[in-house]
Design a protein around this ligand. Sequence first.
Ligand SMILES: NC(=O)c1ccc[n+]([C@@H]2O[C@H](COP(=O)([O-])OP(=O)(O)OC[C@H]3O[C@@H](n4cnc5c(N)ncnc54)[C@H](O)[C@@H]3O)[C@@H](O)[C@H]2O)c1
Length: 394
Amino acid sequence: MKIRFGVIGADPRRRSNFIFHNFSRERAELVAVCDRDAEQFPRLKETYPEFENVKTYTDYRDLVKDPDIEAVFVVVRDDFHEEMAVAALEAGKAVYLEKPMAISIEGCDNILKAAMRSGSKLMVGHNMRYMNFVLKMKEIIDSGVIGEIQSVWVRHFVNYGSCYFRHWCAERKNSNGLLLQKGAHDIDIIHWLAGGYTQRAVAMGKLSVYNRTEKHLAPGEKPDRFVSFTPECWPPLELTGLNGQMDIEDHSMLLMQLDNGVQASYEHCMYAPDSERNYTFIGTKGRLENIGDNSPGTEIHVWTNRGSRRQPDIVYKVSQGTGSHGGSDPLILEGFFDFLEKDLPPHVSPIAARNAVAAGVMGHVSMRSGSMPCDIPALDEELIRYFENGQKKA
Ligand SMILES: NC(=O)c1ccc[n+]([C@@H]2O[C@H](COP(=O)([O-])OP(=O)(O)OC[C@H]3O[C@@H](n4cnc5c(N)ncnc54)[C@H](O)[C@@H]3O)[C@@H](O)[C@H]2O)c1
């Protein structure tokens, strides 16, 4: 029997395309899609003629009620995650929810509670956990070669960052800010590889470049987000067509105290000329750093002897993944289906997804209140036990 699923967010040019493009036609069947913009349906069916008979809904509540569907993918903007995920879980559907889990800590906790209450399976789309360079760094750290991790530094340069200042994400009310939309990925990897969750966050961040651009979108005008991915999209101060309502930061610097004693920092910049994630883990016996992330020729350099930065002691080659986001997208999709069919635990737990959002939320609170240190509210023990027990009551 194939897994019968529906997708909320049907634009084949946006994120949900990773599902339409990659899902195994032998293993699963797309039964219905929902989009509040009905223009997406002919576009989807033109791109994928095989979806000609797929049902279409413009209200997500109709899709989650559809008895022909057992699993729902929520792939729309972040401010709708909470209400859609809760509705789908309570309707008895398994849910694949895009990251960030929600735009508030309470929102994440409401989703976790709905999953526990209903017993419906929940997975959050942290596809970085399926990227080869991340898996290689984890393997190296777990081997003990750099000792016990004590500090972590992560920098993310983003040369397509103007896209977040064109569409819905530019407004705090829709996204909270980029420590969630972008940062939730990296904070989650820091937590996973360092083996702890953020307890306290301190941050600085500023909107200092894109707010100085001119010729913003007129009210109601649709943004062209794809232009941000072209080489012509430069220099930042000369860009046009941005969302004039922007109030999120275009660079951020977050310090994290983890509950196992590790200290970490995460910085991102949305107006950089280049793009790369650069991680450094420093332990009691050495240090590692990725040179490249998903690009061909990516390596992990490891220093275990005292010496020059230019001469690592060990170089690990990272194999090239196949498919979008360094090959992680097809893998995470299979991970979700394996979770549904075989009860195999995915690489990421909803608790980790919640804790990544929590660090980002508190980072934003901190940077917007004079860098005040902010503690992460503890999660209910019963919820932790439920998810640690593979989403089953003990
Ligand atoms: N994991 C990743 O690598 C990755 C990459 C990109 C985006 N994302 C995530 O994917 C999600 C979707 O991003 P996007 O930029 O494609 O979102 P988007 O909301 O801009 O577009 C997706 C589609 O959803 C539709 N939509 C929006 N609100 C709706 C509603 N209330 N009801 C029905 N349809 C609605 C839109 O009309 C659009 O066709 C976001 O949560 C984002 O964080 C994840």
